[in-house]
Design a protein around this ligand. Sequence first.
Ligand code: HEM
Length: 196
Amino acid sequence: MVDEDFLLEAARFIGIAGLALFVLSGIGGALMASRTVQIINVKWLRGKLFNYHRLGTLIGFALMILHPIPMLYAPQSTGGMNISHIFIPFTAPKQSLTTGLGVIAFYVLLIVAISSIFIKFIKREWWRFLHYGTYIVIFLGLAHGLFISGEFMEEEVFDFDEPEKVILLIFTVLALAIPIWRLFLAKKIINKTETT
Ligand code: HEM
């Protein structure tokens, strides 16, 4: 019988690793979409960023499929859950609200992933619209990870004594930087290089 603490720690680790890959891939995506990657001209990124972006999101997606699986084997009294808790948002026996945010993030992720797999069959504008769902996945995933209690204590909201929460906070800052960069700074840099 595998130790329940090990199962929950494994789920946490997989969740954090998956989220890290999404944030990094999101930065890569924003660098490509804003064409900043051509301007910064980094040798190891040149011509390869698209492949890194795709690989990062694919591995992240696989990790997110794995993320809730260890919880199926942990007792419900310690934070474990059954199949229906994983598929039906806000029904988990503990931390139902914060867990539900993760379930919704996963459904949005499914839409983004499926639309990217079938990109050739979808109108470009539709695909782009659906791809903006990545921001929803990252922010719901971050809210879910930040607010869920490691000890499954209902009254606990934030516990920054836990290194996992500090790591997630750093991702939050990085994730907020993506749309800011994309909307303002990248545009400014491109306009400047076009006028010179
Ligand atoms: C089916 C959907 C999901 C379920 C049922 C679920 C459930 C959970 C639970 C119960 C925990 C707490 C584990 C523990 O502390 O022992 C957790 C942690 C975490 N989840 Fe999810 N999750 C789901 C989807 C997602 C998605 C899509 C993301 C990211 C995009 C995500 C990111 C995280 C992160 C980063 C943690 C770690 C929090 C920490 O270590 O403090 N989860 N998840």
